[in-house]
Design a protein around this ligand. Structure first.
Ligand code: C2E
Ligand code: MG
Ligand code: MG
Ligand code: MG
Length: 277
C-alpha cells in the first residue's frame, strides 16, 4: 500500500536524511553563538622564504572548538556558515582576531609579519568589507601591510560589480591580495590582468606528488614560471617533505608553507616556535 511504501521510504531514505538535516541545523544554530561563547579560535601557520629560510608571513586558519564534538575543521563548518548567512559575521571575527594577534606579536620574533586571512565570496560581496577591515587595522594601530587577503580563483572568475569595487578599494588601501588554491579553479586567467594581485598560492594538490609525479612536476613548475612572468610572488602550500622543498627551491618558488615547517599553532606557540628557530 501507499502507506506501507511510505513507511519503507521513511526507514531507508528519510530517516538518515532527517539525521543529516538535524545535524546540519544543529551546526547552524551552534555557530550562531560560537564566537559569543569563545568557541572559535585561530591557528597560525608560518610562511617561509625558501632562499633565506626566514619566516615572512603567517596564515590564520579558523577552528571551532565545539563543547561536545571537539575541534571542527573549517572545511566542515565554513560551508555551513556560508550557506546559512553567517560568514560575514564569522569572517569579521576572524579579521579582528587576526589583527589582535598581529598586534600582540609586536614584541616577539613574529613582529611586523603580515597575517594572511582567508575570505569567502559572500564577504567580498558586501560593500562594508573594506571599511570593516580598515577599522580593525586602525583599532590595533596596524598598517594596511599587516594583512594579506587570500581568496580562491572562483571569486575573481565570478566577479560582479560590487566584488570588483570592493577588491579595488582594498588594493588602493594597500592590502595585498593572494590567489589561494591556484590552479584548481579552471578559470580564465584574465582576472590577473584586471586585478594586480600580489601573490599566487599553488594548491597543495600539486605539491603532494613532488618530486616524482610527472603531472605535479609539470603543473607546479609551470605555475611558478607563470607567476614570475607576471612579476608575482609565488608560494607553495602543503609542503611536508625536504624533497618537495628542494624541488620548489630548484624551480625558484619564493615561499613555502606546510607541515614540514609547522602545523598551524596557537598565537603564543607560534611566537615560541619562531623564537627557537
Ligand atoms: P587553505 O586556505 O587552502 O588552507 C590550507 C589548509 O591546508 C589548512 O587546513 C592547513 O591546515 C592545511 N595544511 C597546511 N599545511 C599542510 C600540509 O603540509 N599538509 C596537509 N595535508 N595539509 C596542510 P585547514 O585549517 O583545515 O583549512 C581548510 C580550509 O578552510 C582552508 O584552506 C581555507 O580555505 C578555509 N579556511 C580556513 N580559515 C578560514 C577563514 O577564516 N575564512 C574562510 N572563509 N575560510 C577559511
Ligand atoms: Mg588559505
Ligand atoms: Mg590554500
Ligand atoms: Mg588548498
Amino acid at each position: 500500500s501507499a502507506k506501507h511504501g511510505g513507511r519503507n521510504r521513511y526507514c531507508f531514505f528519510t530517516e538518515p536524511m532527517n539525521r543529516r538535516v538535524q545535524q546540519r541545523l544543529e551546526m547552524e544554530s551552534g555557530l550562531r553563538d560560537a564566537e559569543r561563547r569563545g568557541e572559535l579560535e585561530l591557528g597560525y601557520q608560518p610562511q617561509v622564504d625558501i632562499a633565506s629560510g626566514a619566516v615572512v608571513g603567517v596564515e590564520a586558519l579558523v577552528r571551532w572548538r565545539h563543547p561536545r564534538h571537539g575541534l571542527i575543521s573549517p572545511a566542515n563548518f565554513i560551508p555551513v556558515a556560508e550557506e546559512s548567512g553567517q560568514i560575514a559575521r564569522i569572517g569579521d571575527w576572524v579579521l579582528a582576531e587576526a589583527c589582535r594577534q598581529c598586534a600582540a606579536w609586536r614584541e616577539t620574533a613574529l613582529a611586523g609579519l603580515p597575517v594572511a586571512v582567508n575570505l569567502s565570496a559572500a564577504q567580498l560581496g558586501r560593500s562594508d568589507l573594506a571599511e570593516g577591515i580598515l577599522r580593525h587595522l586602525e583599532a590595533y594601530g596596524l598598517p594596511s601591510s599587516a594583512l594579506q587577503l587570500e581568496m580562491t580563483e572562483g571569486l575573481f572568475f565570478h566577479e560582479t560589480e560590487p566584488v570588483r569595487s570592493t577588491l579595488q578599494s582594498l588594493q588602493r588601501s594597500g592590502l595585498q591580495l593572494v590567489v589561494d588554491d591556484f590552479g584548481t579553479g579552471y578559470s580564465n586567467l584574465g582576472y590577473l590582468k584586471r586585478f594586480p594581485v600580489a601573490k599566487l598560492k599553488i594548491d597543495e594538490s600539486f605539491v603532494r606528488g613532488l618530486p616524482e609525479d610527472t603531472e605535479d612536476v609539470v603543473i607546479s613548475s609551470t605555475l611558478i614560471r607563470m607567476a614570475h612572468g607576471l612579476r608575482l610572488r609565488v608560494i607553495a602550500e602543503g609542503v611536508e617533505t625536504a624533497e618537495q622543498l628542494a624541488f620548489l627551491r630548484e624551480h625558484g618558488c619564493d615561499e613555502a608553507q606546510g607541515f614540514y615547517f609547522s602545523r598551524p599553532l596557537a598565537g603564543a606557540d607560534l611566537a615560541r616556535w619562531a623564537q627557537r628557530r
